[in-house]
Design a protein around this ligand. Structure first.
Ligand code: C5P
Length: 238
């Protein structure tokens, strides 16, 4: 009798700073390969939003500057969230059954996300939730530590970056397309602050995995980047 090896889902990780184009490219790659999609940043954004709803934040900072670790871990473990693809293949995000697709995309939600994301206990609480997305036939996982912490065995790892100015310009356009008011200087300083917080934090800092393909998309169009990523992934997944 022969035993078939158990088939494992293929995992493609895409890490990089905010506004590097990872979200768009991850979604396109998921459609291209017919894989599931994990937008791990959305998990941190949802947790930030939930913490705000629970009044753990006041004026964008933790109350009295005290980090409410126990409450945040509890929220992370019990977050009631759903990602539902709509007819345009985009994900509708529900928190406690409410559509928060737009609410989690604001710069303020990004700032809350990066404040909860520096807490080691919160990251551990969200670890298994993220790994549960890796089901057959495969997963495209978009975030900051997908290749370095969450899916270290992934056969294809990408680190996508771009200059802060290029990323700020893209973010302004993206927000304006969603009819959200955006100011270039505010967005740029927010991106720089978030970069600092993401790269300098002690736990799971933003950095390329040692075996990642690094792509700087500052002066590349989306199609060019997509083609380069597909070439690399096809090579890696054989
Ligand atoms: O990718 P996005 O901008 O939605 O992520 C929001 C914030 O969540 C990031 O600035 C980062 O602080 C945090 N994050 C993280 N680890 C991930 C994904 C996001 O720390 N894997």
């Amino acid at each position: 009798m022969t035993y078939e090896p158990t088939k494992q889902p293929n995992v493609i990780t895409i890490d990089g700073p905010s506004g590097s184009g990872k979200g768009t490219l991850a979604a396109r790659l998921a459609v291209h390969y017919g894989y599931n999609l994990l937008d791990s940043g959305a998990l941190y954004r949802l947790l930030g939003l939930k913490a705000q709803q629970q009044s753990l934040f006041v004026d964008g900072a933790f109350c009295d500057g005290i980090v409410p670790t126990v409450q945040l871990v509890d929220l992370a473990l019990t977050l009631d969230i759903q990602f539902i693809p709509n007819k345009d293949q985009q994900l509708v995000v529900l928190l406690d059954g409410q559509d928060v697709t737009q609410a989690i995309r604001t710069e303020q939600a990004g700032s809350l996300a990066s404040q909860v994301a520096v807490i080691p206990e919160v990251r551990i609480a969200l670890l298994q939730r993220q790994r549960d997305f890796a089901v057959l036939p495969g997963l495209v996982a978009d975030g900051r530590d997908m290749g370095t912490v969450v899916f270290t065995d992934a056969p294809a790892k990408i680190y996508l970056t771009a200059s802060a100015v290029a990323r700020a310009e893209r973010r302004v356009n993206q927000l304006r397309n969603m009819a959200i008011d955006a100011n270039m200087n505010d967005i740029l300083s927010d991106i720089e602050a978030r970069d600092r917080r993401d790269t300098e934090r002690a736990v799971a800092p933003l950095k390329p995995a040692e075996d990642a393909l690094i792509v700087d998309s500052s002066s590349m169009g989306i199609e060019e980047v997509f083609a380069e990523l597909v070439r690399y992934i096809d090579l890696k997944l054989g």
